[in-house]
Write a protein that binds this ligand. Structure first.
Ligand code: SF4
Length: 204
């Protein structure tokens, strides 16, 4: 199999991530959960962190939220392998707690490196923590936490890429009433991931 230079650089990065002990979360790591999908995708999707099932399987979105994620993608007509999927925090956060300041500071440089290598045109942060990271990175104003929900499903112009924030699939585990709005917001992904398939303005 021929490896291109991006793949080589990323594989080196992934090896370092899997050996990382820069914060206390490494003690929970059973399997290293690596990013997956197309290393040349123009869309990067950022989840929060591996859950219990992901920590056991070593694959992203394999637990209950993974089933929801797959359903939302299927509804949108988007294939996982056409995105680059990664996590903000690379090791499991026990009881899905939010990352502490020191865990955040230790881990987010990995994601920063991925962004620099992949140079995505569109970034899709899933949920509050990933969106917070992107807003800080792109030097965009951050609303109070309870107002982040108004940003989901809206396009935000960043300095390096367009941002399209979505609720994390886990949100549906806690509030099935969000099914309609989330399905609608995820449906937009088809236009983002497959822009060449969209009808042109003058075709209408
Ligand atoms: Fe390293 Fe991030 Fe895992 Fe902490 S969470 S040990 S910084 S890879």
């Amino acid at each position: 199999m021929i490896m291109d230079s991006r793949q080589k650089i990323l594989e080196e990065l992934y090896r370092s991530v899997c050996a990382c002990r820069a914060c206390d979360l490494h003690t929970w790591r059973q399997q290293c959960v690596l990013p997956e999908g197309d290393l040349h995708a123009h869309v990067m999707m950022i989840a929060q962190a591996p859950g219990r099932e992901e920590n056991q399987s070593g694959r992203m979105f394999t637990g209950p939220s993974g089933k929801i994620f797959d359903r939302l993608l299927e509804g949108a007509g988007v294939k996982r392998q056409d995105l680059y999927l990664t996590n903000l925090i690379k090791c499991m956060l026990p009881k899905a707690r939010r990352p502490s300041r020191s865990q955040w500071d230790a881990c987010t440089p990995w994601l920063e490196q991925e962004i620099k290598i992949l140079q995505p045109r569109i970034v899709v942060p899933l949920g509050f923590q990933a969106l917070k990271f992107i807003l800080i990175r792109e030097k965009l104003p951050r609303p109070p936490k309870k107002e982040y929900r108004y940003l989901f499903g809206k396009y935000l112009p960043g300095k390096d890429f367009m941002i399209y924030p979505l609720r994390h699939p886990t949100a549906l585990l806690f509030d099935p009433g969000k099914e309609e709005i989330m399905s609608r917001n995820y449906a937009e992904l088809k236009k983002i991931v497959y822009p060449a398939q969209q009808p042109r303005e003058r075709d209408h």
